[in-house]
Design a binder for this molecule. Structure first.
Ligand code: CUA
Length: 319
């Protein structure tokens, strides 16, 4: 009895989450809604076919069981049934056409990026770069952010998604804001979202990309448009922003070296003179060394200065 109560208590939070983790998250963007609609439509056929097959299976097992027949005696031999043969040919063809038609009907609203919102608001363009093992976002005014993408509510956001030539394939995926899009070195793909509701939407790199793939989380923080615009224009006037430096440390360095530089899959670097020597730091971050990838190849001077400024003020303590 006590065990049952414990089990119920352990399961309650999952049940309260609405779907116990089995159904897709609630869509918050028109493209995500269409993906969910497609999932529901296809699921109707999947469930119906599953029930039909299982019911027939059990019925036949029961109905044609051996009963009092001799063990090695054959049952009645049945040949041909034009009606049944027609049915099992026509029904799948019709189902496949229905599913195909529905998908092609929904597809443009998933793939095509709207140029403006219903209220005429111009869309925002952001460059998303996937790298081992962080996400970098570049805004039209040159502002840069790592891992958390800030975006305005009620405005279509077009994402131009790519990876540096020397990197590997990643996959951008914020389930509530749309489907996965492959991030391929040297190739630019696009996706988009538009959501009315401010909040934080979590996602994850969805392509196994190396040792720290599981730490390659992504999130989108949707702010009311005015608040977003204030944040974005504020980024312009902060060339060596310690805030950006902290994001770079957490996103590009700490996933392997530890948040306090205590080491992880990569060596301990707390107390290393490289961290406070701007030239040595820039050299290793831009070019990598040994096993360490060139996490900061292609970074702007401002981005490098931001990391240098952050580490000067917050040298990792090692614990
Ligand atoms: Cu990047 Cu998995």
């Amino acid at each position: 009895m006590a065990g049952l109560l414990l089990l119920a208590a352990a399961l309650a939070p999952a049940a309260l989450a609405g779907n116990g983790g089995f159904a897709p998250v609630s869509p918050e963007s028109p493209n995500a809604e269409r993906i969910r609609d497609t999932w529901v439509f296809v699921s109707i056929f999947i469930v119906a076919i599953f029930v039909l097959v299982e019911v027939l299976l059990v019925t036949f097992i029961w109905r044609y069981r051996r009963q009092r027949r001799e063990r090695f005696e054959d049952g009645p031999q049945i040949h041909g049934s034009t009606n049944i043969e027609l049915m099992w040919t026509v029904a799948p063809v019709v189902i496949l056409f229905l599913i195909g038609g529905f998908v092609f009907y929904k597809l443009p609203g998933i793939a095509d990026v709207p140029s403006a919102s219903a209220s005429g608001e111009e869309r925002l363009e952001v460059r998303v770069t996937g790298r081992q093992f962080y996400w970098q976002y570049e805004y039209p005014n040159g502002a840069v952010a790592i891992d958390t993408l800030r975006a305005p509510a009620g405005v279509p956001v077009r994402l131009e998604v790519s990876a540096p030539d020397e990197d590997v394939i990643h996959s951008w995926w914020i389930p509530a804001l749309g489907g996965k899009i492959d991030v391929i070195p040297g190739v630019t793909t696009e996706t988009w979202f538009e959501t009315e509701r401010p909040g934080i939407y979590d996602g994850q790199c969805a392509e196994l990309c190396g040792l720290e793939h599981a730490k390659m989380l992504a999130s989108v923080e949707v702010l009311p448009a005015a608040e977003f615009n204030a944040w974005l224009s504020g980024q312009e006037s902060k060339p060596a922003s310690v805030e950006l430096g902290e994001e770079e440390w957490q996103g590009a360095c700490a996933k392997c070296h530890g948040l306090a530089g205590e080491g992880g899959i990569a060596p301990r670097i707390a107390g290393s003179p490289v961290l406070t020597d701007p030239q040595a730091l820039e050299e290793i971050v831009r070019n990598g060394r040994g096993e360490m990838p060139a996490v900061g190849s292609g970074w702007s001077e401002e981005q490098m200065d931001a990391l240098i400024a952050y580490l000067r003020e917050n040298p990792p303590s090692g614990s």
